[in-house]
Write a protein that binds this ligand. Structure first.
Ligand SMILES: Nc1ncnc2c1ncn2[C@@H]1O[C@H](COP(=O)(O)OP(=O)(O)OP(=O)(O)O)[C@@H](O)[C@H]1O
Length: 641
């Protein structure tokens, strides 16, 4: 480690400068949040020390009672938040208070719109942290000494482009942050004001937060305020409840406290949609407090995103982001788990092997699914919000968690041909409840986009018969459907794949009539097949179409078009398969084709129909130029030139 004695001036990382600017301009309407953030950091710093002290008790030095002290000086216009937690050394300070190490920061900053309301919500989700000090302060001084080290450091900045850093002798371990208040925020240098903010935002902090005792002002007989005794040693008192929130009983915790606690552990200041707080006693003993956030984080689809629960063992903080207690498809859940059965020395490696962890994981998974099921049942509007934010991730569930497949399937929501809107609101139970009497299967179609699914020619026969079809167009949908085979005893059927089997929905007469049409069209089918033999697997008469001349069908065992595109985009080899081309002999264009004696024109027209069928399902043409030329030629002929 290098030891520097002189004062040095360093520049903030560009992202910090941007964030500072945004923060000061977007969050000025809630200046008091700085205190919540600094107390939250102080509490984290104490948790870290307590954990490290499990392995090395000397870190506690002669100061084992961890606490946060908040003081103010009206004359000097300062507020100071001091902790005796883990502290920081010079490298830590530069790393933590000069840069933002969070992944996705640049991407996050790109999403800023300039609209203060939206931006402040986004910043809230990103976590405002230490830099929120600059909302109220025009200078911030951080004095800190790391546990177990000798040298202290002073960091100071005016929140513009740079900060200074110098060595100091600091007797006490931990961090003390002094805010030099801006003139318009001098009201924070007031004991009652600070107390009320602490009670509002930080009551759930399990560490004692101390402030100097403050008597109500007393007056003499003439009504003059009595001066306090000079040189009286300050007396400190605890101003918060100072009990870990999850250890308190549910009935005595207010919703507001649950919400504040959520903000503290998740660094997300959008209210959670729901939470579930439980104590389990028996073979395993643990308490869990799980939250469903109100908004998806910006990196939800990055499977490397930070996820997992805050893990405590017997009230001692062990680690953030313990991923082992919930499956990947519930990676959006935030919360705390406090176990009595794990060892205080537990490490990530051991966690992965501990059989108790596996049982807790399955119980917590069930708890989350139950919480969502209840939400879906009792609070449809909130569930709609949940689905909009996290539905895509939940759709990964059936593939990852076979055991809970049916439960997850119950939670899925879809767009359907009957509703015709993009918002996914129809459950499988709704679908089954509306099923036609003779209908045995759950029908779905998957396409590249919602509109492609909605206007797919494959739906025609279903529309005619009044049968609802699920419209799937999310990237994850084909993956989902390749793991979901049936629900409530009803099989799923992709209507764009293989032979269409409508079961009892088709009468004997219908079938006979179809066979008749097939027989009559044998020559036509053969002629088209000769033209398209390179492009298609086979040609056949359709049973799906009523209004369109032709469509493409994927072979029963072949990979769907959407999955194919995902795999191709990921650079994976995909098997070379050809679609089946189905024609509707009753359509005037096909009748016209059948009557075409000129083989060249027959071939041109067949190709156009084939390309159109591909376009209608949202596909891309292999040779769009050739298609346009053919079509133009045809248009010219039609217009008689
Ligand atoms: N009182 C403190 N004692 C020790 N380290 C601290 C203290 N305050 C901040 N830090 C360090 O500085 C880092 C940055 O703090 P900051 O509040 O900006 O972000 P954060 O707490 O990591 O996340 P978020 O931005 O979501 O709040 C922390 O991760 C921590 O390592």
């Amino acid at each position: 480690m290098t030891t520097e004695t002189k004062k040095e001036t360093l520049g903030f990382q560009t992202e910090v400068k941007q964030l500072l600017h945004l923060m000061i301009h977007s969050l000025y309407s809630h200046p008091e949040i700085f205190l919540r953030e600094l107390v939250s950091n102080a509490s984290d710093a104490s948790d870290k020390l307590r954990y490290q002290a499990l392995h090395d008790a000397t870190l506690l030095e002669s100061d084992p009672n961890l606490e946060i002290r908040i003081s103010f000086d009206k004359d000097a216009k300062t507020v100071t938040i001091a902790d005796n937690g883990i502290g920081m050394n010079r490298e830590d300070v530069i790393e933590n208070l000069g840069t933002i190490a969070k992944s996705g920061t640049a991407e996050f900053l790109k999403n800023m719109t300039g609209d203060q309301k939206k931006d402040s919500q986004l910043i809230g989700q990103f976590g405002v942290g230490f830099y929120s000090s600059f909302i109220v302060a025009d200078k911030v001084t951080v004095e800190t000494r790391k546990a177990g080290e000798k040298e202290g450091v002073i960091w100071e900045s005016e929140g513009t482009g740079e900060f200074t850093i110098e060595e100091t002798d600091k007797a006490s371990r931990g961090t003390s942050i002094t805010l030099h208040l801006k003139d318009e925020h001098l009201d924070f240098a007031d004991g009652w004001q600070l107390r009320s903010i602490i009670r509002k935002y930080s009551d759930h902090i399990s560490l004692p937060i101390l402030m100097e005792k403050q008597d109500m002002p007393s007056y003499d007989e003439e009504g003059n305020e009595k001066k306090e005794e000079e040189n009286k040693a300050p007396e400190w008192e605890t101003v918060n409840t100072a009990k870990a929130l999850w250890t308190r009983s549910r009935s005595e915790i207010k919703d507001e406290e649950y919400k504040e606690f959520y903000g503290h552990i998740s660094h997300d200041h959008t209210d959670p949609l729901k939470w579930s707080h439980n104590r389990v006693e028996g073979k395993l003993e643990y308490t869990s407090l799980l939250y469903v956030p109100g908004k998806a984080p910006f990196d939800l689809y990055n499977r490397e995103m930070d996820r997992g629960l805050k893990l405590y063992v017997q009230r001692v903080f062990i680690m953030d982001k313990a991923e082992e207690f919930l499956p990947m498809y519930l990676r959006f859940i935030k919360g705390v788990l406090d176990s009595n059965d794990l060892s205080l020395n537990i490490s990530r490696e051991i966690l992965q092997k501990d059989p108790n962890v596996e049982s807790m994981k399955s119980a917590l998974t069930k708890r989350v699914l139950d919480m969502l099921t209840k939400m879906a049942k009792n609070d449809e509007e909130t569930y709609k919000t949940f689905w909009k934010e996290f539905g895509q991730v939940l759709k990964e569930g059936p593939a990852e968690d076979m055991g809970n497949k049916e439960k997850i399937a119950k939670l899925l929501r879809f767009s359907t041909s009957l509703e015709g809107k993009e918002e996914q609101t129809v459950s499988l139970d709704d679908y089954i409840g509306r099923m036609n009497e003779d209908q045995e299967k759950i029908y779905y179609i998957s396409a590249e986009s919602f509109n492609a699914a909605k206007s797919s020619p494959h739906l025609e026969v279903f529309r005619k018969k009044g049968i609802e079809v699920l419209l799937l167009s999310d990237r994850v949908d084909e993956w989902l459907m390749s793991h979901l085979f049936e629900y409530d005893g009803k099989k799923f059927e992709d209507i764009g794949r293989g032979d269409l089997d409508l079961g009892k929905l088709e009468s004997e007469e219908d079938k006979k009539a179809q066979e008749e049409v097939e027989k009559q069209s044998e020559d036509l089918v053969k002629r088209i097949q000769d033209v398209l033999k390179e492009e298609v697997e086979s040609v056949r008469v359709t049973h799906r179409l009523t209004d369109s001349p032709a469509c493409l069908v994927v072979g029963a065992q072949d990979m769907g078009a959407q999955m194919r595109r995902i795999m191709e985009a990921a650079g994976q080899a995909v098997p070379d398969t050809k679609p089946i081309f189905e024609v509707n002999p009753e359509h005037p264009l096909i009748v016209r084709l059948d009557n075409e004696a000129d083989e060249d024109r027959f071939a041109e027209l067949s190709r156009i129909l084939m390309d159109q069928a591909s376009l209608a399902e949202g596909g891309q043409l292999d040779d769009p130029g050739a298609y346009v030329q053919r079509l133009n030629k045809l248009l010219l002929e039609l217009s008689g030139s």
